[in-house]
Write a protein that binds this ligand. Structure first.
Ligand code: PAF
Length: 279
């Protein structure tokens, strides 16, 4: 496995690497969700590249950035175990030299939901992902469905900037109790973790309600919100939207997705599921 610290190192390693090149960008603190992306990439690409970079630009709170776990040695071990060929691990100064001044911003999609609650977050994501895709120039890039709005932002910039990468979204990986895997889960106490299960329960309920009772998106959104607040969670949003437009619609369709962001004991979690699919 090759360790690359600059985009020049990445280019050098990739000139002798066969296509298709699959790329999994991460911020480290790798879990089984990331490992499953490596496995999917490994199964269909001749070269698998991962990046590990805690992107300060996408954190709206300094304390969140400081507390973000950085177990680099363990992360590299996981990359090795899952057949990653090249790991790009730039440091902050390499990514953002002192005269760095470009911001990639995708408009409305970056300002709603997560963007509204975490101002600047998606500009940070869009900027770093544009840099990462430009450095690696993969054929395919893999992302988890848990960050569905992030994937929509990345699809937008990929299309608008003619980057020509195939963007693949893989289903969210969950623990046995249903909680979506997240690098932030390690910060949940046992009690908070039990409380957090209200999130997958609300999504399951949304799916059942939409299927059996034929409720409207507004009714499903309201009942998710009520369930979550009744479980003591601080809810930023619990909403049913159309996954393509990220707009509300009048009725439930195959593209209806329920999205939740809520805080449990100081830990902010997000999750989502399609109402007419199994993921
Ligand atoms: O999902 C993440 O881990 C990050 O937002 C990403 C895509 C690696 C950009 O920093």
């Amino acid at each position: 496995m090759i360790l690359a610290h600059t985009s020049v190192d990445v280019h050098r390693a990739l000139t002798v690497s066969p296509h298709p090149i699959g790329f999994v960008p991460t911020m480290g603190a790798l879990h089984d969700g990331h490992a499953s992306l490596f496995d999917v990439a490994r199964a269909s690409c001749a070269t698998v590249v991962a990046s590990i970079f805690v992107n300060a630009l996408q954190f709206d709170q300094q304390s969140d950035l400081e507390r973000y776990p950085r177990p680099l040695e363990r992360d590299l071990e996981i990359c090795r175990e899952h057949g990653v060929d090249i790991v790009y691990v730039p440091d902050h100064e390499t990514m953002y030299p002192s005269d760095f001044s470009t911001v990639v911003s995708v408009g409305r999609l970056g300002r709603i939901l997560e963007g509204a609650h975490r101002p600047g977050h998606f500009d940070g994501v869009a900027t770093v992902v544009t840099k990462l895709l430009s450095a690696v120039r993969p054929d395919v890039a893999y992302f988890g469905q848990k960050d569905l709005q992030q994937v929509a932002v990345i699809e937008r910039l990929n299309s608008d900037l003619d980057l020509g990468v195939e963007i693949r979204t893989e289903p969210t990986v969950r623990d046995d109790d249903g909680l979506a895997l997240s690098s932030r889960n390690v910060r949940l106490s046992e009690t908070a973790r039990r409380q957090a299960l209200a999130i997958p329960r609300a999504l399951e309920f949304a799916r059942d309600t939409a299927r059996s009772v034929g409720a409207s998106p507004t009714e499903v959104s309201r009942s998710m919100y009520e369930q979550l607040t009744a479980s003591g969670l601080k809810v930023d949003y619990a909403i049913v939207l159309d996954a393509d437009s990220f707009q509300e619609s009048d009725s439930i369709t195959d593209r209806s997705v329920a999205l939740i962001a809520a805080t449990v004991d100081g830990v902010r979690l997000i999750d989502n599921c399609f109402l007419r699919a199994d993921h």
